[in-house]
Design a protein around this ligand. Structure first.
Ligand code: NAD
Ligand code: USQ
Length: 382
């Protein structure tokens, strides 16, 4: 299949592009390299030293003989996107290319506006490009479990049957997101659903949980293919942050009580889920939603798991409860359905101690790169 991976220089996009290429698909990466610029803005970095995109795809070709084409540009520049569609004629468009940090979107007005412009308008351009240049193309869009928030009822996969005053209907599941970033994903979902309805586009929204780990079979093939791993208070996410904190002798930064529960998956499952979605496309006009996660944990549980494994590695790690910089429920019900990807063949990589040891050992190798001042959270919701 001819597949465009937008955001293919990022944490999820890079290993996905390699995996799809390795499966024999004709892969094209589109990325404006803005993630590397946000590192500069925040004076931060990936724990693992990442090569340039050019070096990465060059090494991939040298090792496997497979070519991944690259287009450097912004989804918000429609002339650029039009050319990408004309030249690649995609059968699937995997869309990772957004500003994905909740704290970054909450820095100030400018960052909130930027996040929603970048994400919502970029996605709208992709919808128009599919309509105009590749109407059969399957949009595989990365959404987030955070679109749903933490309702006091079970979270279904995208839709819920509601009975109201004696009448029934199946409706989009109610959304209660927790940041301007998460809201951008909700706006995207609505735009995609509408585009499917009016133009007959086919789309799958992958409501992904928090991704941990870094390695996949492909990124392990050479140090130049290594994935990025974020640890700072802005782009770092819960489990990866805790592992890097343990590696550098920092206390594990649990926000508030730590009873907030979130859905998680290993990066190895991210790449497989996208492959499954690509190989089983939505029907014309269908807006399909899959909840893409394998397990859920409270933040406190994760910190305790990391503390245990760190101890086994000879590291003395404490769990600290910081004042929560976010506005979020810390005590809540959480039960989310995730059967659709499993029904299509996903075999989850679960979070075992061995998996934690493996990630911890990798980040220990690179711990000298960590800029310690970036570890504590600096952005507050209020
Ligand atoms: P990332 O920041 O590492 O990668 C995103 C990539 O998109 C970057 O390389 C960036 O340069 C590029 N990009 C951003 N805006 C662009 C634009 N307008 N035009 C072209 N390129 C652009 O993020 P990630 O962690 O790989 O996340 C990828 C997607 O998955 C995001 O949409 C995110 O919301 C979603 N997601 C991520 C996680 C997670 O835990 N990392 C969890 C759930 C959902
Ligand atoms: N948290 C801590 N300590 C930390 C970091 C986070 O307790 O050091 C807590 C947060 O308060 C929150 C939870 O952990 O309750 C998750 O925070 P996070 O930063 O790991 O994840 P989040 O902001 O939700 O965003 C990440 C990705 C985003 C994706 C989302 C999936 O950055 O792109 O959409 O995970 S989900 O959480 O399902 O919405």
């Amino acid at each position: 299949m001819r597949i465009v991976v937008a955001g293919g220089d990022g944490f999820c996009g890079w290993p996905t592009a390699l995996h799809l290429s390795n499966q024999g698909h004709e892969v094209t990466i589109v990325d404006n390299l803005s993630r590397r610029k946000w590192d500069e803005e925040l004076h931060s970095n990936s724990v693992t030293p990442i090569a340039s995109l050019e070096e990465r795809v060059g090494k991939w070709k040298e090792l496997t003989g497979k070519e991944i084409k690259t287009y450097i540009g912004d989804l918000n520049h429609y002339d650029f996107l039009r050319e990408v569609f004309r030249q690649t004629e995609p059968e699937a468009f995997v869309h990772f290319a957004e500003q994905r940090s909740a704290p970054y979107s909450m820095i100030d007005r400018e960052h909130a506006v930027f996040t929603q412009q970048n994400n919502v308008l970029g996605n709208l351009n992709v919808l128009y490009a599919i309509k105009e240049f590749a109407p059969e193309c399957h949009l595989i869009k990365l959404g987030t479990m955070g679109e749903y928030g933490t309702p006091n009822i079970d979270i279904e996969e995208g839709y819920i049957e509601i009975e109201h005053k004696g009448r029934k209907d199946v409706m989009p599941y109610p959304k209660q997101p927790g940041s301007f970033y998460h809201l951008s994903k909700v706006h995207d979902s609505h735009n995609i659903m509408f585009a499917c309805k009016i133009w007959g586009i086919r789309a799958t929204d992958l409501n992904q949980g928090i991704v941990y780990g870094l390695h996949t079979n492909e990124t392990k093939m050479d140090p130049m293919l290594v994935n990025r791993v974020d640890y700072d208070g802005v782009f770092g996410t819960a489990l990866n942050r805790f592992l890097i904190q343990a590696a550098t002798g920092h206390d594990l930064t649990v926000y508030g009580s730590g009873n907030q529960t979130r859905a998680f998956l290993n990066i190895e499952d991210t790449v497989r889920c996208v492959e499954i979605a690509a190989e089983n496309p939505a029907d014309k006009g269908e807006f399909r939603v899959f909840n893409q996660f394998t397990e859920y944990f409270s933040v406190q549980e994760l910190a305790e798991k990391v503390q245990k494994v760190a101890k086994e590695e000879g590291l003395n790690t404490e769990v600290s409860h910081l004042d929560n910089p976010r506005i979020e429920a810390e005590e809540h019900y959480y039960h989310a359905v995730n059967t659709k990807l499993r029904d299509l063949g996903l075999e989850p990589h679960l979070l075992t101690d061995d998996v934690l040891h493996d990630i911890l050992q990798t980040v220990i190798e690179h711990k000298d790169r960590v800029i310690k001042e970036n570890i504590l959270p600096s952005i507050k919701w209020k």
